[in-house]
Design a protein around this ligand. Structure first.
Ligand code: BG6
Length: 463
């Protein structure tokens, strides 16, 4: 069977500023820079974001390598802390402006479409310390100012934008499950931050439209990790558990992004539980009027839910987990390095969901991938990592994506996480995801077997 994808399909890969650039010439700190400086032991092998994959210095060679493996599009993010010197006035760092200009120009020179995201978990620490970060409405205004500045500087060449990457992870990491600094456990604050992140995204989109970026061919999106919620069984209790999980972890961003409003049932539930966010009619209107042009969908693993079997532990106050428990499905396929389930069919389910329930809005897979530890062990005699497991992983997902597209879903691309092995938030360099390997000792980079394979897929627009 041959799988051919739509014309002009994006064959690409994604990274983020904080995970690839290194902190060179960056004065302001984001929450991860700050966290690493204060508690390096929280990061795998004590490795922080200081050097990352050295993209700040090697972007030219890196982009040339990306070109050589057939990437026609590439996403990264602009670091708020690299571009902006003063968050209130939006005074810029010239070095930051020059760096992002060079990256964008280099992509274009290589016929690679730059896709630029504005926030990838990297809240400036100053805005956390002064205003409690995403709990604050003022920070949503500062984010919109930063977005406007980025559009002013780069939208003549960048046509595809994203406001946020995986905003739900900000809630999970900062406010629920302690993966990110400041490791708070507070469901009510998480709910407020959810509203404010939606508001910040809508305010940035409003700037984009006010500046007429759309009229010049620009399009703006949000990148959501949609993790379909599968119930353990068809019992009413399990179905309800999965549906609430879906509302809290997917629809809380997906519905406002596409329809400009939150799921009514979710709002009711939060009101009944006394944890609803604070908002004004004016803010609701901003969210309502400023929806996205397209969606980026990150997909790694599904979520499986069951009705609670154990009483909910109220000691930390309200948490969404009050309504469901994680269901550990027997026999599931798993990536043991990362502990994530591998379930490619979910990509098809996502494509149907977007087609049927979200106006068949244009979308692309903005991240998918497999993090593996100890890849050095797969090197052949020529020093190339033979990552057949990654090729198989990508193919399995592309087959289901193809089926979704055949059935009418409006998907226009597939990006792997990530082009070159990059730094990860807590796991540092434990698991490698790239088409291109990174030697941490000397920063040398070598294309893996999957990179050579992807070039053929991209050249043939399928496989
Ligand atoms: C996505 C993020 O959730 O998954 C990336 O957008 C992240 O920033 C990637 O690196 C892989 O997850 P991890 O935790 O293994 O790095």
């Amino acid at each position: 069977m041959k799988y051919t994808f739509p014309n002009n399909f994006w064959w690409g890969a994604a990274t983020s500023g904080p995970q690839s650039e290194g902190r060179f010439n960056k004065v302001n700190k984001n929450i991860f820079d700050y966290w690493f400086d204060n508690e390096p032991e929280k990061f795998h092998n004590g490795i922080g974001p200081n050097v990352a994959s050295n993209f700040y210095h090697s972007y030219k060679e890196d982009i040339a390598m990306m070109k050589s493996i057939g990437l026609n599009s590439f996403r990264t993010s602009i670091q708020w802390t690299r571009l902006i010197k003063d968050f209130e006035t939006c005074e810029v760092y010239e070095d930051g402006v020059n760096f992002y200009n060079s990256v964008i120009n280099e992509c274009i020179k290589n016929d690679i479409i730059p896709v630029i995201n504005l926030n990838h978990f990297d809240l400036p620490i100053e805005l956390y310390e002064k205003y409690n970060g995403w709990e604050s409405k003022h920070v949503t205004d500062l984010f919109a100012k930063f977005a406007k500045k980025a559009f002013e500087l780069f939208s003549d060449r960048v046509k595809y934008w994203a406001t946020f990457n995986e905003p739900i992870v900000v809630l999970e990491g900062q406010y629920l499950y302690k993966h990110h600094y400041p490791q708070i456990v507070d469901g009510k604050k998480a709910v407020q931050a959810a509203y404010n992140l939606n508001l910040a995204s809508a305010k940035a989109i409003r700037e984009f439209r006010n500046m007429g970026c759309n009229k010049e061919g620009g399009k703006i999106s949000i990148i959501l990790n949609l993790t379909p919620s599968y119930p353990r069984s068809n019992s009413n209790e399990d179905l309800r558990a999965a549906s609430i999980r879906d509302m809290f972890f997917n629809r809380i961003f997906l519905d406002p992004a596409v329809y400009g409003k939150f799921p009514e049932e979710l709002v009711e539930l939060l009101k009944n539980d006394g944890v609803i966010w604070e908002s004004t009619e004016e803010e609701d209107r901003i969210i309502n009027e400023n929806t996205v042009d397209f969606l980026g969908v990150n997909y790694y693993q599904p979520s499986r839910a069951k009705a609670r079997e154990e009483a909910f532990d109220e000691s930390n106050g309200w948490m969404p987990d009050k309504y469901f428990e994680f269901y550990d499905m027997p026999g599931k396929k798993i990536n043991t390095h990362r502990g994530w389930e591998i379930y490619p069919k979910a990509i098809y389910d996502i494509s149907k969901n977007i087609k049927e329930n979200y106006n068949n809005i244009p979308w692309y897979i903005s991240e998918n991938g497999m993090g593996v530890e100890g890849e050095e062990g797969f090197k052949n005699s020529e020093g190339i990592i033979e990552d057949n497991y990654r090729i198989e992983f990508i193919m399995d997902h592309l087959v289901w994506l193809h089926k979704g597209i055949e059935e009418g879903s409006n998907c226009f691309g597939y990006h792997l996480w990530t082009p070159i092995d990059c730094w990860s938030w807590n796991n540092s360099y434990k698991n490698r995801y790239g088409f291109i390997s990174l030697n941490l000792d000397d920063q040398s980079k070598i294309i893996k077997k999957s990179g050579y394979w992807f070039k053929i897929v991209s050249d043939n627009n399928g496989f």
